[in-house]
Design a protein around this ligand. Structure first.
Ligand SMILES: NC(=O)c1ccc[n+]([C@@H]2O[C@H](COP(=O)([O-])OP(=O)(O)OC[C@H]3O[C@@H](n4cnc5c(N)ncnc54)[C@H](O)[C@@H]3O)[C@@H](O)[C@H]2O)c1
Length: 324
């Protein structure tokens, strides 16, 4: 069984540690907070507990490290782990700049180690279904994609809405379209804390001509976790707030009948909801990581996808600063 050391048992990290404990041999728990060390040491008696990341790196029996600490610590911890010869799963985003992420990808490639960013939504069965529909050409040619990720709270103070919320939608948009944008523009405003934008709107244009949009905000009356893909034949909506109907396909499209050349009409057909499994995305994500650890990183696709996301975030962040 793969021996995994886990760092960071905060609000989200405790879920990651739970699933690691179910799927692998949880060898270490590391957290700088002493109360959490005591709490999680009692919960996972088989694991050794520490506040010093170096301790788990020094353990030669550890194959892989899972990092779920705050974003500003990711790059340094992931770098240390790769340099110590460990496979790395690191929560999103693994680095705060494209240059830092390039350094991590280069290290992983050089040492033939897995570097997998925590792009949870790529493992969501609902979005897997959307990807299947896009790839099978069911929607016709895709014209645009847009994400809504809004809610009143959690109001973060060490990262803005773009970094905190945008990584999710951006990873999905790049994965669905399979290309990096040629244009990346962001507008936003910091209403509550200086320099931390709470409301951000992003526009992306791709070399193929497709476009995408993201509305990211923790100042909003709606809790929305939605992704809409508009194809020329059909349209599909993924709504993570829905309990049963996560994916809805709309047979709706513009249509130019041959006999009325130049005059567009609209076509409306069935609206249906394909079956989507209820498997936990986090479990599917970590199963994928552990499979890579066992089988090898292959072409480092996950690390390279992470680089494309961080590189685009860089451009959006630069745009955000320049448009204020
Ligand atoms: N995939 C998702 O859906 C999802 C959801 C929420 C958060 N996240 C990501 O998970 C990560 C953690 O988020 P959170 O909400 O759990 O944060 P948090 O602030 O609640 O917890 C972070 C924990 O890390 C510990 N820590 C800080 N520095 C450390 C270090 N150097 N070594 C060891 N431990 C250290 C803290 O003591 C704390 O217990 C973030 O990167 C966040 O972006 C992902």
């Amino acid at each position: 069984m793969t021996r995994v050391a886990h760092a960071g048992v905060g609000g989200w990290g405790r879920n990651v540690a739970r699933v690691v404990g179910e799927l692998a041999d949880l060898a270490w728990i590391c957290d700088t907070d002493e109360e959490r060390q005591a709490q999680y040491g009692a919960r996972y008696p088989q694991a050794r507990v520490t506040g010093a990341f170096e301790d788990l790196l020094a353990d030669d029996t550890v194959d892989a490290v899972v990092i779920a600490t705050p974003v500003p610590t990711h790059h340094a911890l992931a770098k240390q782990a790769l340099e110590a010869g460990k496979h790395v799963f690191v929560e999103k985003p693994p680095a705060m700049t494209g240059a830092e992420m390039e350094e991590l990808v280069a290290l992983a490639e050089q040492h033939d180690l897995v570097l997998m960013p925590g792009h949870l939504l790529l493992y969501h069965p609902g979005l897997r279904k959307v990807k299947e529909l896009v790839d099978a050409g069911e929607l016709g040619e895709v014209a645009c994609v847009y994400g809504n990720r809004q809610n009143l709270g959690v109001i973060r103070s060490n990262e803005n809405a773009l970094l905190s919320l945008g990584v999710h939608d951006l990873s999905v948009i790049l994965w669905l379209l399979g290309e990096e944008p040629s244009e990346a523009v962001a507008h936003g405003t910091a209403f509550l804390q200086d320099g931390i934008e709470d409301v951000v709107f992003c526009f992306l244009r791709f070399p193929s001509g497709k476009v995408a949009h993201m509305h990211l905000s923790w100042l909003d009356p709606h809790k929305m976790r939605k992704m809409t893909v508009v194809g020329r034949e059909k349209m599909v909506v993924f709504d993570d707030m829905e309990l049963e109907r996560k994916v809805t396909v709309y047979e709706k499209a513009p249509w130019e009948p041959a006999e009325t050349y130049g005059e567009w009409r609209t076509r409306t057909g069935d609206i249906y909801s394909p079956k989507v499994s209820t498997d936990e995305p986090l479990k599917l994500e970590l199963q994928h990581f552990l499979r890579l650890v066992t089988e090898g990183p292959g072409g480092h696709r996950e690390a390279r996808d992470g680089l494309a996301v961080v590189r685009t975030l860089d451009r959006l962040s630069a745009s955000l600063r320049s448009t204020q």
